[in-house]
Design a protein around this ligand. Structure first.
Ligand SMILES: C[S@@+](CC[C@H](N)C(=O)[O-])C[C@H]1O[C@@H](n2cnc3c(N)ncnc32)[C@H](O)[C@@H]1O
Length: 224
């Protein structure tokens, strides 16, 4: 009984924070499926990674706010402020997630686990040999609460994203990946440095301060 009361209190506090969060309110106003859109938007505004005409792969895409942001960037300028949610699209977006994804016009979706060979093969088939301009990954594994297991799960997903990026990005392409401070973080930064010419660590304002998440951005593949 005690635990139930406590968890109700925690839920209420979470709900209050969520409802009063300016990014949640902005997302509702601007028609984004989640406040996560503003994390990618800030990263992009700082580093100017996303441009019309590009091929972008969105890993861990559900519920779809990053894909919506990409879609708006790819909508022709005359489609209205901030681009349009429907209509013509100048660019390619391939989204992938374990979970289902409510369709977004013009976004190709693949459902499956990025760690599985056949899912990777489906993603590669969707690319049909086209080199990729930007890979964005907001993937976060289900956490077990056991620090070493969780760090290994996080690292494994990011290592796979780096491997995918190094095989499919254009030489000047970029990878944006969500990582978490803690065990394994320094090794992931070192992995990015070994693969990319420029590595930036970005903590967008839209990323809650108390969250250990941060974003690694690698730009331009190292030769060989
Ligand atoms: C924080 S959410 C992404 C939010 C998304 N960027 C947006 O803007 O709506 C993380 C997603 O990563 C997905 N994910 C976690 N592990 C995955 C895996 N191994 N393969 C594919 N997707 C995965 C989860 O299903 C979840 O939908």
């Amino acid at each position: 009984m005690k635990t139930q009361t406590k968890s109700k209190k925690v839920n209420k506090a979470w709900l209050n924070n969520h409802v009063n969060d300016p990014y949640v309110q902005l997302a509702q106003k601007e028609g984004y499926r989640s406040r996560a859109a503003y994390k990618l938007k800030e990263i992009d505004e700082e580093l100017k990674l996303i441009r019309p005409g590009q091929v972008v792969v969105d890993l861990g895409a559900t519920p779809g706010a990053w894909s919506q942001y990409l879609r708006r960037k790819f909508a022709p300028k005359d489609a209205g402020q901030g681009g349009a949610a429907v209509g013509q699209l100048n660019g390619t977006i391939i989204a992938l997630d374990l979970l289902d994804f409510e369709p977004i016009e013009g976004v190709q979706f693949i459902q499956g686990d990025f760690q599985e060979d056949e899912v990777l093969a489906a993603l590669e088939a969707a690319l049909a040999g086209r080199p990729v301009d930007v890979v964005v990954s907001d993937m976060a594994p289900n956490l077990s609460g056991i620090a070493s297991t969780d760090a290994a799960r996080i690292s494994n997903l990011i290592e796979l994203a780096v491997d995918f990026a190094s095989r499919h990005l254009k030489p000047e392409g970029a990878l944006v990946a969500k990582v978490f401070h803690g065990s394994g973080y320094n090794e992931l930064v070192a992995l990015f440095r070994s693969q990319f010419k420029v590595v930036k660590v970005v903590k967008p304002k839209a990323s809650r301060e108390r969250s250990s998440e941060t974003f690694l951005v690698g730009i331009g593949l190292n030769a060989g």
